[in-house]
Design a protein around this ligand. Structure first.
Ligand SMILES: Cc1cc2nc3c(=O)[nH]c(=O)nc-3n(C[C@H](O)[C@H](O)[C@H](O)COP(=O)(O)OP(=O)(O)OC[C@H]3O[C@@H](n4cnc5c(N)ncnc54)[C@H](O)[C@@H]3O)c2cc1C
Ligand code: FES
Length: 252
């Protein structure tokens, strides 16, 4: 059951400059429902500012805890990065619809912090290959234990360039499912290069600015392919790639 709960910060780690993980206490009911791709709305401050909670994907679950991984972007993530062990944090979730865990081999394609949800996913599927892209090695979120290829813009890890440059090396026939997550510009570039049959089996973890996180405020709209809008928080965040109007979607 989705509910607002108080969690305890069990561990805080700086994974690389400006990228942090927080391991938060969780009960059985939360862990049962925190499937891959679902997210939590985290209260940054009990005071009036920042008023709106910030969304983070569940990165991993463990016995009695779950982890979020985030990059410091603004006031909210900066405040979260200074929390220490023993701090209390209000968390609403798990929210949204996650990945459909379909049988068959999966290809995971992530850009920057878009890979934050992949460890949770990769552990529960037949993960054949992970493609990662980031500006530099320190921005790459690796998914340990799986075959992977990466590209960095400055060439500090893997191929020099963008994650789209890796697509030519993929043997598409090997895969029945694709998970795609990252900045909207990156996802647009990838979606535009996927073979039609692969786009049909691609699930996108979408990004939008969020207000409530549970479908009430309409602050998180994404243009839908059939006209109208999808709500990122309640129709998604994970939606079929074919349900998005990629030309109209401008992202955060
Ligand atoms: C479903 C979902 C899951 C997410 N999971 C993660 C995660 O696991 N790890 C992580 O690092 N980030 C994640 N994000 C993005 C994260 O929520 C934002 O980076 C965060 O809310 C920024 O808050 P802030 O107060 O620090 O920055 P703000 O001061 O609010 O904004 C600073 C800048 O951050 C960027 N930003 C703000 N909101 C978003 C957003 N919703 N999505 C993308 N960029 C944004 C914009 O460029 C903005 O200019 C997720 C977003 C969504 C919608
Ligand atoms: S964030 Fe309020 S409807 Fe999606």
């Amino acid at each position: 059951m989705t509910r607002d709960r108080e969690t305890l910060v069990l561990e805080r780690e700086e994974l690389s400059p400006g990228i942090f993980s927080l391991t938060l206490s969780a009960g059985e009911d939360f862990l049962r429902e925190a499937g891959p791709g679902r997210f939590v709305q985290v209260e940054v401050s009990p005071g009036p500012f920042p008023l709106v909670r910030r969304p983070f994907t569940v990165n991993r679950t463990d016995a009695g805890s779950f982890r979020i991984v985030f990059e410091v972007k603004g006031r909210g993530t900066d405040e979260l990065s200074h929390l220490t062990e023993g701090a209390r944090l209000r968390v609403l979730g798990p929210l949204g619809s996650g990945y459909r865990l379909l049988p068959g081999r999966w290809l995971l394609i992530g850009g920057g912090m878009g890979a934050a949800g992949f460890p949770c996913l990769a552990d529960r599927i037949d993960c054949g290959l992970v493609l990662l892209g980031a500006s530099s090695a320190s921005r790459l979120l690796e998914v340990g234990g799986f075959s992977s290829m990466c590209a960095t813009e400055d060439g500090s890890r893997g191929a020099r360039g963008l994650v789209t440059d890796l697509l030519d090396r993929v043997r598409w026939d090997d895969f029945s499912n694709v998970a795609l997550c990252g900045p909207v510009a990156m996802m647009k570039a990838v979606a535009g290069r996927l073979p039609d049959a692969i786009l049909e089996v691609t699930q996108v973890s979408a990004e939008a600015r969020m207000g409530c996180g549970w479908g009430a405020c309409e602050g998180c709209s994404i243009p839908a392919s059939g006209g109208g809008y999808l709500k990122c928080c309640s129709d998604g965040p994970v939606v079929p790639a074919t349900s998005i109007d990629w030309d109209l979607w401008e992202g955060v």
